[in-house]
Write a protein of this length. Sequence first.
Length: 216
Amino acid sequence: MNALARFGISSLPETRRAILNHLKREGEARAETIATAADITVSGARQHLMALERDGLIVHREVREGPGRPKHLYSLTTAGDALFPRNYAELTNELLQYVGDEDPELVQRIFERRGQRRLQQTQTRTAGLPFEARVRAIAQQLDDDGYLAEFQQTADDEFKIIEHNCTVLSVAHRYGHACASELAFLQKALPEADVARVAHQVTSGHVCAYEIHRRS
């Protein structure tokens, strides 16, 4: 996952944020109207549009309006649209509350189902790999999922996975199942190792971290 996807539209310079905001509001726009919205020259707008298109955040299509060169209409790509914030955590907590009101045990089963799905994906991804490569691949999977995960080897047969971001932190503050399922996921993905959580964002830690020691 690249830095833009991790940090969203706020990671972009002001002019490019203005361009993407305009395209988000209008759906499609020409360079001339984009320049006006961003308060820059048309040539400047075109330079930014080329860079944003190169980064995969926008695309253009050509439209002919009479004789002359076709006009370019710009719009967001799926990656560009994904930079805008979504309030998924609040919705998730609200839905889980409704589920818990109806059947408290069902909340636990939901997290267990999520853990089973992630475990199956991981087992497929790491099948046949030696132990160190499996730990590294799991860290990469977590990083791909938005956890800003880091892999470290601390000694022979000893490793650490550090998550600098928790994608479900708001949910985890209300539902301990989220953190319990994360630890269980790693323990099941690495059954020949002892896996312990040594840092925890929910308890005011800066990161979540897991020490992994392969049993001899």
